[in-house]
Write a protein that binds this ligand. Structure first.
Ligand code: SF4
Length: 309
């Protein structure tokens, strides 16, 4: 329940869930609808389905190792290490973001924390620190230390039980660790699109199957830079794709005199549009230039659209 969800939000659900399904056998015997109903409000419903499936496995044949825990539905290395160390005494460090932060400070390591090599090294350090006789207690202590004492922005070093082992505290660098590279600023790009109408149909071009992004989707043609006449400017909005921030200007041409486009475009009626994959930018543009009458059946309308000038 705690994956992607805050502890305070989880507590009432956790208590009600355990009251309804006190053992793995109770959970395994429940219908999926019952489990989803008890989970309603927590979101990420695949977790509930995985938990019920895992309960079926646990009720029949409880896992006896970290490797067996890894085979439970929805369980990755961190959860498997937590389960196996706490319930089976397996000597496995459970390493989440909190523990990574603690390790970066204990070792005063300025490596970029999201780099795969850094993650691997910090996980190895956590494994060497692990108390082999009490791995479950150690993992819970590390989680708790990261969550309540070694906080991201203001570590509470004066209260910290491991202060005397902490290299960052000795060096006074705890405030600058772990190192996270700042986000690369978004690229700003201009995009001028043409909405061309011909006999009640709009012209779209298909993205090539070789495109790395949105291959095979349909999009509006771009307005040629030397396009005269240019159609009429109708709308402007912004749209971000990963790190590219587009300023999209939409021009509408209803002159039905664009032989240049007839080869590149295919023409679709409004009814046909809902049955083909259309890019979000094209959907926004069609929505903006038809007053919302066309497109966006599957999503909400963009708030950033500036209607026609
Ligand atoms: S001494 Fe401070 S920086 Fe070091 S582990 Fe404790 S809380 Fe974190």
């Amino acid at each position: 329940m705690l994956q992607q969800t805050r502890v305070e939000a989880v507590i009432p659900y956790f208590l009600a869930f355990l009251a309804k399904f006190p053992t793995a056998a109770h959970l395994a015997a429940a219908s999926e609808a019952e489990v989803l109903t008890a989970w309603a409000g927590l979101g990420y419903y695949s977790r509930a389905r995985n938990l019920r499936s895992a309960a079926g496995i646990l009720a029949a044949d409880a896992p006896v190792s970290w490797e067996a825990c890894m085979k439970l539905p929805g369980v990755g290395p961190y959860t498997a290490a937590a389960l196996a160390s706490i319930s089976l005494g397996a000597v496995r460090a459970a390493v989440d973001g909190n523990v990574m932060r603690v390790v970066s400070r204990l070792t005063n390591d300025p490596s970029e924390i999201s780099a795969p090599l850094t993650k691997r090294r910090f996980a190895e350090v956590a494994q060497t620190l692990l108390a082999p006789l009490r791995p479950g207690d150690f993992n819970q202590a590390m989680m708790e230390l990261g969550a309540t004492v070694c906080l991201p922005t203001k570590p509470r070093c004066l209260l910290c039980p491991v202060q005397k082992f902490c290299a960052a505290h000795s060096a006074g660098t705890q405030g600058s660790l772990p190192v996270k590279l700042g986000k690369v600023p978004a690229r700003r790009l201009d995009l001028d699109l043409l909405v061309c109408w011909w006999e009640g149909r709009v012209g779209l071009v298909r993205r090539s199957a070789a495109e790395s992004r949105l291959a095979g989707f349909w999009e509006l043609p771009q307005k040629p830079a030397d396009d005269v006449p240019a159609g009429s400017f109708q709308a402007e909005f912004t749209h971000q794709i990963v790190n590219d921030r587009f300023r999209v200007r939409v021009w509408v041409d209803e002159s039905e005199s664009r032989p240049g486009f007839s080869g590149a475009c295919q023409w679709f009626s409004p009814a046909e549009l809902v049955a083909i994959p259309v890019t979000t930018i094209a959907r926004k543009a069609l929505t903006a230039t038809t007053g919302g009458k066309l497109m966006y059946p599957r999503g909400k309308r963009s708030r950033s659209v500036t209607q026609g000038v």
